[in-house]
Design a protein around this ligand. Structure first.
Ligand SMILES: [Ca+2]
Ligand SMILES: [Ca+2]
Length: 304
């Protein structure tokens, strides 16, 4: 009596009657489950998933993100530098290289791989040194410019001979299906010895010198000094190109009178109260394809 009355079945979802699925799965669920415990069944399951069985399974994504745009290096003699550069780190012992690039716009972007090659590597082999996950290592809200600061000990110049060596970097973007983009452009930097013993000499508010020590066996072109208040984003209090090639390494603050008037107490030469950071950037840009340098930073406080 029930035969032929398919439409009155209590569980129409088990019927398979109005499905596009080509298998018998809907007709005999029990038999299917038995089959699934066998190797053959696993194959059947794979076939069912592949067929889609009329469910809204998303097709496999095989489209990689576009090739990331690495940011080219800016001139060292600007206040806000961009692109590959020495990262001053926190102390005069931190030999770090920083690279920067633009955010990819794909909605399934999942992270970036960073690759590095030592210029001494006779095999010319790039090695993947880090996997940066979006939302873990890189946050769109916090990092308008995505970056990586390489802090590997191999970057440190030989502390006895002073000999330094450079590194090449490129990056790839990857998505949630682990499709990797084509490699970005390659960038290069070489870390020289860092300036040390940064100190303020004189009255910190009104009349003082910025003083440091420097030793390097190789030539450099000039030093670039940056002074800013210790807040983000950095805004220029003073920056200055110091063409010093021998000791003493000492520059009177605002010697060229170009410091920003925003940071002086009205009608005086006295800095407004606050926490300040200053950086000594040693610049070797004789070979623009193989830039070298180092940066060290220190802080000082101007009392109210
Ligand atoms: Ca994709
Ligand atoms: Ca620099």
């Amino acid at each position: 009596m029930m035969e032929g009355r398919v439409s009155s079945r209590p569980h129409p979802e088990a019927s398979g009657h109005d499905r596009a699925c080509p298998s018998k799965a809907g007709k005999d669920m029990q038999s299917l489950l038995k089959k699934l415990v066998t190797a053959k069944g696993v194959l059947l399951l794979a076939t069912l998933i592949f067929c889609g069985c009329g469910e809204d399974l998303t097709p496999t994504d095989s489209t990689p993100p576009s090739r990331p745009a690495i940011i080219p290096r800016s001139d060292e003699s600007v206040f806000l530098e961009e692109g590959i550069d020495a990262d001053p780190g926190n102390t005069d012992q931190d030999y770090w290289i920083r690279i920067e690039w633009e955010w990819n716009t794909e909605s399934d972007l999942f992270g970036y791989y960073v690759y590095r090659m030592d210029e001494r590597d006779s095999l010319n082999q790039f090695v993947r040194i880090v996997d940066l996950r979006i939302g873990v290592n890189l946050l769109r809200e916090l990092h308008p410019i995505p970056f990586y600061s390489d802090q590997d000990p191999t970057l440190v110049p030989d502390l006895i001979t002073g000999e330094s060596h450079g590194f090449y970097y490129y990056i790839r973007a990857y998505d949630t299906s682990d499709n990797s983009s084509a490699p970005s452009d390659t960038v290069y930097y070489r870390l020289m010895q860092k300036p040390t013993a940064l100190m303020i000499s004189g009255n910190v508010a009104t009349n003082f010198n910025l003083v440091w020590s420097y030793y390097s066996q190789e030539q450099w072109n000039y030093f670039f000094i940056r002074v800013y208040q210790t807040i983000t984003p950095q805004t220029r209090v003073w920056s200055y190109r110091a063409n010093l090639l021998g000791t003493p390494f000492s520059v009177p603050f605002n010697v060229d009178s170009t410091a920003s008037s925003d940071y002086f107490r009205p009608g005086t030469d006295s800095l407004v109260a606050g926490n300040y950071t200053w950086v000594v950037d040693v610049v070797n840009d004789f070979d623009l394809e193989h830039p070298a340098g180092a940066e060290t930073k220190a802080t000082f406080i101007v009392a109210p």
